[in-house]
Design a protein around this ligand. Sequence first.
Ligand SMILES: Nc1ncnc2c1ncn2[C@@H]1O[C@H](COP(=O)(O)OP(=O)(O)O)[C@@H](O)[C@H]1O
Ligand SMILES: [Mg+2]
Length: 273
Amino acid sequence: MTNIPDDKIEEFLSFFSGDTPAAHAALVRYEQQRHTNTVVLDNRPPRPVGEEIISIQGVSMRYKLGKQTVDALRDVTLSISKGEFVAITGASGSGKSTLLQIIGCLDKPTSGKVIVDGINVNKLRDSKLSTFRNKTIGFVFQFFYLQPFLKLSKNIELPAMFAHTKLKERREKVETLLQQVYLTDRANHYPKELSGGQMQRAAIARALLNNPKILLADEPTGNLDAANSKEIISLFHKIRDEFGATVVIVTHNSEIAAGADREIKLSDGAIVA
Ligand SMILES: Nc1ncnc2c1ncn2[C@@H]1O[C@H](COP(=O)(O)OP(=O)(O)O)[C@@H](O)[C@H]1O
Ligand SMILES: [Mg+2]
């Protein structure tokens, strides 16, 4: 520690209490900077690749079934950067879906810390958490979960209706998304009139509706043949490349895992590689 000369101590202390013009100016600059930072964060500019967007710290998940307990995750720690394309692999029952649900703030761990896009999500109350989740994260599942009684365009539009987005805005957005997933000519079809690959593309469009920073997919090709799987995976890569989204996919497919930036392997609830 550097010694401060006696005659400077007063100046030094007054600086911290904001008592001198220089200190005052510094405090003003600091406040402006803080304010600017807040505004910048709210505008959500693209962040450089490499910056952490998901941080899982010492997370464990224990399910209780009567007297039996299942340790679905054991002290899992991992960090995912913005723009990364990550594959989570592992045997059935190894904890993949549990981990994805925790990353996606659909479930809270028994212990450990979960930080998503800079927010300690364990600390958010349910209403705030669902608002945060809706604007930050898009989900894609193995079984599509499209509403059978709604046309494709309505299926995709649904989350925007819940978010009370204006009619014109949401229709335009749906049109753009239909183009991006190559389904414009299917807008007025019902899910049952589509192939599995087309249904999954519609589900991906729906997941993108609120411009999520993070796209999570749980075995998105589990129900598709090889050709359709390839198409879906290239779509995920396009979403990462063109929208800068961070993509995390749970998969059994070794080709998908090989094409990812990183593979995270789970075994019995723990990361093995
Ligand atoms: N809601 C739940 N209640 C009780 N046990 C569960 C629940 N969800 C998952 N499990 C158990 O946790 C373990 C991990 O499950 P899961 O995350 O679904 O694995 P994976 O997706 O890799 O197949 C399994 O043993 C499973 O039976
Ligand atoms: Mg699973």
